[in-house]
Design a protein around this ligand. Sequence first.
Ligand code: NI
Length: 138
Amino acid sequence: MKTKRFGVSMDDRLLGKLDSIVKQKGYPNRSEAIRDLIRSALVEEEWNDAAEEVIGVLVIVFDHHRRELSSRLLSREHDRPGDIMATLHLHLDHTNCLEAKIIRGKAREVRRIADELIAMKGVKFGRLIPATAGKNLR
Ligand code: NI
């Protein structure tokens, strides 16, 4: 793909903010930082578009002694194979497990699945990380 250069005007203060992002996050230059900011806005747009297919990563921490919870989580995945594509399971300690689940689908559906799992009794922590299937990113 052809790379084009363009000029951007902004006031000193905003440019200063950009430069501190560049420094803080270790970007090699302003251009790479600006590209990432644009990509991040594009991913956000995907999640606002009902028709767009997205990928999210749901992180949950739960008590595995709640037997019914582990089996409910599992049957949820067997009932609708495909929307939860993969699960990474970590035994944190005697009681707690952490799972990272990769969920693919329309944004609304991915959010619904994440909410459903987070709301289950025994799930102590849950957060959905909105990622992307990547087709709008270069
Ligand atoms: Ni475990």
